[in-house]
Design a protein around this ligand. Structure first.
Ligand code: SAM
Ligand code: SF4
Length: 463
């Protein structure tokens, strides 16, 4: 176990009970139900619009809220102008995410003054942060909820009140071809730059049987692709079992399975072997490295060295030769020198990532890194960002070129667009544009005709 995992000094986020037992949803006696709920005074159906910012966890949380608003008799609409209630489900990981939300709140205030939007709710990671108090007053927000008390939305929209200790057991998606399944919430690490442990709390894992039962239900109702979610999904453990055991069980139940996000300190070799061995697991590994410099990794409290990360990658490349590898990299963390940056570039070369999310460091109030000296000037951050981006893209382009001419089975993730192309995914985890009118969840087989740094292009399906 890494030091970060042993650490117990994280702040408890607002509204989060510590060491909570898994979920309980209880109806308060005498609470009003959706069927008793009144429509608008004009007798029309109420409408709600949900906007999601940030990661898959937030997309999944929005799915849960979507179910609540539909259960409460609201019709979902896509534009603010048509909505009685707007829910902004937010991200707090970088400052630009907050700036975007401020922009939306400003626009919503204008629509409220014009009498169009009636109520605004702010949920998600900003809702769990201290900054939400200022935002509530500044923009007159009607309801603010953090990530752990999303269930309070129920009472606000006229559903029976739900009390629960945490939300993952409230499934978000049902009967869809693809579904997110949260297996753990929170994070026990304390990376210098990261606000997630503050807004999402410490790690809580769902029991294996519970997860498997949910997936069996989803598959029975038509789900063909399950993505297991968690901030450090591979840190999952329960009753002596570890993530690899859970993945193995899930891969026996789900026709197609992927997982994100993993932490290098938790990634076991046996999990990498399992990815290679099991036909139902998508051969794509997202393993955020953050930096190629041991010095920076120490400052960031990542709990591993670059060499250990590289070793994991060489195991992955060996046991999953056709797999794809992606990562997260932060450039310009306080104290990052040219030498540290060079080491990151070397690691990018050595690992030959198929893609990477590259982030410019963004100081988050309340994190250790926000207080550190050695701030990197913006023009230096920009140059380093472009250098890392170029290195990643060169490698990715070269690797994608090798797929040209191959025949691939493609899972259609998004049905065909106006130009007649659907967006799909190979078993190796490559994104593919394919000329087909097949629908989401279908499989087609096609030849890869060309490739760019980010995506493969296939011709019409064969046969
Ligand atoms: N739990 C995952 C892990 O440890 O790899 C990552 C979760 S975090 C929401 C997603 C990514 O955002 C991180 O991997 C990191 O690269 C980036 N990130 C987090 N805080 C950041 C910050 N303050 N500035 C820039 N990027 C940040
Ligand atoms: Fe946890 Fe990931 Fe944030 Fe580190 S970067 S604190 S592991 S969520």
């Amino acid at each position: 176990m890494s030091d970060a995992l042993k650490s117990d000094s994280l702040k408890t986020p607002r509204n989060v009970p510590r060491n909570v037992a898994p979920v309980r949803i209880l109806k308060k006696p005498g609470a009003r139900g959706a069927d008793e709920q009144n429509p608008t005074p004009m007798g029309e159906r109420r409408t709600a619009c949900i906007r999601t910012f940030g990661c898959q966890m937030n997309v999944h949380d929005s799915d849960r809220m979507r179910r609540m608003i539909l259960d409460a008799g609201y019709a979902e609409v896509q534009s603010y102008e048509e909505a009685d209630l707007v829910i902004l489900n937010t991200c707090y990981v970088r400052e630009n995410a907050v700036d975007r939300v401020r922009g939306h709140l400003g626009e919503l205030n204008r629509l409220r003054r014009e009498g169009r939007v009636k109520k605004v709710a702010l949920t998600g990671c900003i809702g769990a942060s201290d900054e939400s108090t200022d935002l509530k007053h500044q923009y007159g927000i009607d309801l603010v909820l953090g990530t752990h008390n999303t269930y309070e939305l129920a009472e606000f929209i006229g559903l029976p009140t739900m009390m629960e200790t945490y939300t993952p057991d409230l499934p978000g998606t049902e009967g869809e071809r693809s579904a997110f399944v949260t297996i753990m919430t929170g994070c026990n690490y304390q990376c210098s730059y990261c606000i997630v442990p503050t807004v999402r709390g410490r790690m809580v894992c769902r029991p294996l049987e519970n997860v498997v039962a949910e997936i069996e239900g989803l598959v029975a109702s038509g789900t063909s692709y399950v993505t297991l979610l968690g901030q450090t999904v591979d840190a999952w453990r329960s009753e002596g079992r570890r993530f690899c055991d859970l993945l193995e069980r899930v891969s026996e139940v789900a026709p197609r399975v992927w997982f994100t996000t993993s932490h290098p300190s938790n990634m076991e070799d046996r999990t990498l072997h399992l990815i290679g061995a099991r036909d139902t697991i998508v051969k794509r590994l997202h393993l955020p490295v953050q930096s190629g410099s041991d010095r920076m990794l120490r400052v960031m409290h990542r709990g591993y060295k670059a060499e250990r990360y590289r070793r994991k990658i060489s195991v992955f490349r060996e046991v999953v030769p056709d797999g794809t590898l992606s990562t997260d990299i932060i450039v310009g963390h306080p104290g990052e020198t040219e030498e540290d940056h060079e080491r990151t570039l070397k690691l990018v070369e050595a690992c030959a990532f198929d893609s990477a999310y590259i982030f410019k460091f963004s100081p988050r109030k309340g994190t250790e890194a926000a207080e550190l000296g050695g701030v990197v000037p913006p023009e230096v951050v920009q140059r380093r960002f472009l250098e890392v981006l170029r290195a990643v893209e060169q490698n990715a382009f070269a690797r994608n070129q090798r797929k040209v001419g191959s025949i691939e089975e493609v899972y259609v993730r998004h049905g065909s667009t106006e130009d007649g192309k659907a967006i799909g995914e190979t078993w190796s985890g490559h994104a593919v544009h394919v000329k087909t009118d097949a629908r989401r969840g279908d499989y087609v087989t096609a030849r890869i005709e060309s490739a760019g740094p980010h995506v493969l292009y296939a011709g019409e399906p064969l046969g």
